[in-house]
Design a protein around this ligand. Structure first.
Ligand code: AMP
Length: 282
């Protein structure tokens, strides 16, 4: 399996695939690969002749320097895992300089308000960083399809908007959230959880499931209060936000309306580790 660190090398491969009329699937990741990533990659393998997996901890999307420094990096293990999956995978694991040149900065995007909701409120300019790195990657890889997890549902919606804004021809494919048996959504950050935090973290998804159950009969006000109370006296988990929002614009709601699709979104701190999750409500 080829692992490229240089932009020029991946460009050469991509040009050869295009010449052979091969379809290219792309799965952007920050590495420390887990089964959630693998599910995306397997789907990409099924639907494309070649699959590029990027492994890049993108500095411009971190607003917290501690989080950036402590983000798990396991390139050798990731490469081993990928090489066991398919011969058609190419890994792109560049340095920041290779992606950004000398100026590591992000574009100011107008994602029509999507960027100001939820994650955007708590992680200033995070989505500018995501949009910028994906613009670079899409230009390099020129994929037919790119795969993103619903685990980062807001990101998925923003990537769809990015492709519109940049007039790119890539098709964005959303993939379901992959969970531990306990219900905890898989995340590279889970590697940093201690045993106590691992034991309590399934409460996040258990809460979302209960919200889904009650959404039909209880008011949004009642549900919001109930979720807050779930975390109020919890010494391990601190609720950052919980919102019920419209899928279309991600704006949180006070009251439900008919024929509108809603999702519940949550962000919780386990110590310093930030965990996010979401669930479709109707
Ligand atoms: P990351 O490496 O965390 O940036 O994630 C790379 C891609 O994998 C993103 O599109 C994520 O939404 C997706 N992803 C991460 N965790 C999961 C999961 N548990 N289930 C499905 N997709 C996931």
């Amino acid at each position: 399996m080829r692992v490229h660190k240089k932009r020029l090398d991946i460009l050469t491969d991509v040009a050869a695939f295009k010449k052979q009329n091969k379809t290219i699937g792309f799965v952007p990741t920050m590495g420390a690969l887990h089964k959630g990533h693998i599910a995306l990659i397997e789907r990409a393998i099924k639907e494309n002749q070649k699959v590029v997996v990027s492994i890049f901890v993108n500095p411009t999307q971190f607003n917290n320097s501690n989080d950036l420094v402590n983000y798990p990096r396991t390139l050798n293990e990731d490469v081993k895992l990928l090489s066991s999956l398919s011969d058609e995978i190419i890994v792109f694991a560049p340095t920041p300089k290779e992606v950004y040149g000398d100026q590591i900065s992000s574009i100011n995007y107008d994602f029509k308000g999507l960027e100001h909701e939820m994650e955007g409120k708590f992680r200033p300019r995070h989505f500018d960083g995501v949009g910028t790195v994906l613009k670079h990657f899409f230009n390099i890889v020129t994929p037919n399809k790119a795969y993103f997890g619903e685990k980062d549902f807001q990101q998925l919606q923003i990537v769809k908007k990015l492709v519109e804004i940049e007039k790119m021809s890539v098709q964005i494919v959303g993939c379901p959230i992959y969970r531990e048996e306990s219900g905890l959504a898989l995340s590279s950050r889970n590697k940093r959880l201690n045993q106590r935090q691992l034991d309590i973290s399934p409460l996040i998804y258990a809460t979302l499931k209960q919200v889904k159950k009650e959404f039909g009969t209880k008011s949004v006000y009642h549900i919001n209060n109930w979720v807050s109370s779930q975390f109020e006296n919890n010494s391990e988990l601190k609720l950052e936000y919980f919102e019920i929002a419209k899928v279309s614009d991600l704006k949180s709601i006070k009251r439900k309306r008919k024929n509108i699709k809603y999702r519940a979104f949550i962000a919780v701190f386990a110590g310093e580790i930030r965990l996010i999750d979401n669930i479709a409500l109707n």
